[in-house]
Design a protein around this ligand. Structure first.
Ligand code: SAM
Ligand code: SF4
Length: 425
């Protein structure tokens, strides 16, 4: 039976359409140590037996979803720029662009150089916004090769691709997962120990991004059933600790002073509150450094409270689901879900729908799982005592969330759609 959310959580009773992540294909040239083995595809065995959607069908669903008022479409994989996957990308970009929706392509960066002219054309088409999120978890070629299980020349190729995209006018965001493969066993299970080496790596990445004019998002490692909990416990580093070290480096002037800071959330106000800092880059562009830290709380819904994967004590999550609810995920093996950990029972209907009107109906019914979203801050005294600075920022954010009228969330979303449509004209 579904448990109920705690009374203290802040409710979002309006359905604000979240962004849509489209995993075009599981194909990938890297084999990152932390990445679920079947990549964008859903892990459930029964779903592996399903047929694949062709790119026309994925584009049709993306078009209908975009027109419902999606704030953005994120194209991902596997590796969407992989030769076996890339042909599936342009129809998706066209679908989102037609609806005046921003497009973001999540890539490991390896094939950016080869596909630059097509990416530039996509940028021209997606007038509501087009950007690349490039994954880069290390600042040197040797560690990068270890993490991605690829060759040592891969690092230089990825950095070259990111620079070429930037020089061609495509905004680039670097995604860095905090991971410490060399953490000694005796320290492995303490999430609040971050070795100087990892702090140094994170600061080097921040310096690099500020100098290069790339935005940077620092994420903590997510737990997935593959490669498993032991792997996660042994390699996790806290993003709050990273944030505190980052602020110390600003004070010590290793990093230049930021000009603005704010806590942001994913479009639709779902997910984890992310402290963000803006810097003047030497390239004359303002760049942001964002921390996505699953220890700060996230958005859950009734859908999450009935989840069997996350243990609960009474009404409260005993262990936190690191992601909660923040986007819809469409995969090439015919799944749409609100969660990367499990399949949504709500949308199996979509498979049978052929016309735009019928797809719209199935999507609307699927999106009801977002209707009752609850932002649940983590109340952890030890964490609060240890990281007073982060908690001060968060207190203000919690107060803002608590006082946000529900209707405002809808207005924000409608406003986004209007702005995007206007930009297109
Ligand atoms: C699955 S990849 C797909 C797109 C593309 N191949 C890439 O690497 O960016 C999307 C993002 O998920 C991140 N990711 C994968 N496994 C993760 C995990 N266990 N914890 C946190 N982030 C993870 C990757 O670093 C990447 O930024
Ligand atoms: S490049 Fe992306 S999809 Fe490929 S293994 Fe790494 S994180 Fe996973």
């Amino acid at each position: 039976m579904a448990t109920q959310p705690p009374a203290t959580a802040v409710k979002n009773t309006a359905t604000v359409i979240p962004s849509l992540r489209v995993a075009v294909s599981p194909a990938c040239n890297f084999n990152c140590v932390y990445c679920p083995p079947n990549k964008g595809e859903h892990r459930d065995l029964s779903t592996r037996l399903r047929r694949q959607w062709d790119s026309k069908r994925m584009a049709q669903i993306t078009r209908v979803y975009s027109k419902l008022g999606a704030p953005s479409i994120r194209v991902t994989g596997g590796e969407p720029l992989h030769p076996a996957a890339f042909a599936r990308v342009p129809p998706l970009v066209e679908a989102a662009a037609d609806a005046g929706v921003e497009v973001r392509v999540n890539t490991n960066g390896y094939y950016v150089e080869e596909n630059l002219s097509t990416l530039v054309a996509m940028r021209g088409q997606a007038t509501a916004g087009f950007m690349l999120s490039v994954s880069l978890d290390a600042t040197d070629a040797r560690e990068f090769a270890l993490l991605t299980q690829s060759s040592e020349d891969a690092f230089d190729k990825v950095v070259r691709g990111a620079r070429k995209a930037r020089d061609a006018g495509i905004p680039v965001l670097i995604n860095m997962v905090l991971i410490d493969l060399d953490k000694p066993d005796r320290l492995a299970r303490d999430p609040h120990i971050m070795l100087p080496r990892v702090i140094d790596k994170m600061l080097k990445m921040a310096e690099f991004c500020i100098a290069e004019g790339f935005d940077l998002k620092i994420l903590d490692l997510n737990w997935y059933s593959q490669p498993g909990k032991m792997f996660w416990e042994s390699n996790y580093s806290s993003a709050t600790l990273a944030l505190e070290e980052f602020l110390k480096a600003v004070e010590d002037e290793r990093i230049p002073a930021h000009v603005q800071s704010k806590i942001v959330r994913e479009p639709g106000n779902y997910g984890i509150p992310m402290p963000t800092f803006w810097f003047e880059s030497a390239r004359g562009k303002r760049v942001s450094v964002t921390f996505k830290d699953s220890e700060l709380g996230t958005t859950y819904s009734y859908y999450c409270y009935s989840c069997s994967l996350i243990p609960k004590t009474g009404l409260i999550h005993a262990e936190m689901c690191q992601e909660g609810l923040y986007q819809s995920v469409l995969t090439s093996n015919q799944i749409i879900t609100a969660c990367r950990h499990k399949q949504s029972e709500l949308a199996t209907d979509l498979i049978h729908q052929r016309t735009d009107a019928d797809i719209k109906g199935a999507l609307r019914s699927f999106l009801t799982c977002f209707t009752l979203g609850f932002f649940q801050p983590v109340k952890n005294m030890a964490h609060e005592l240890r990281f007073p600075r982060t908690w001060k920022m968060l207190e203000q954010f919690h107060a803002e969330v608590a006082s946000t009228p529900q209707t405002k969330l809808v207005v924000v979303n409608e406003e986004l759609g209007r702005r995007n449509r206007k930009k297109r004209r």
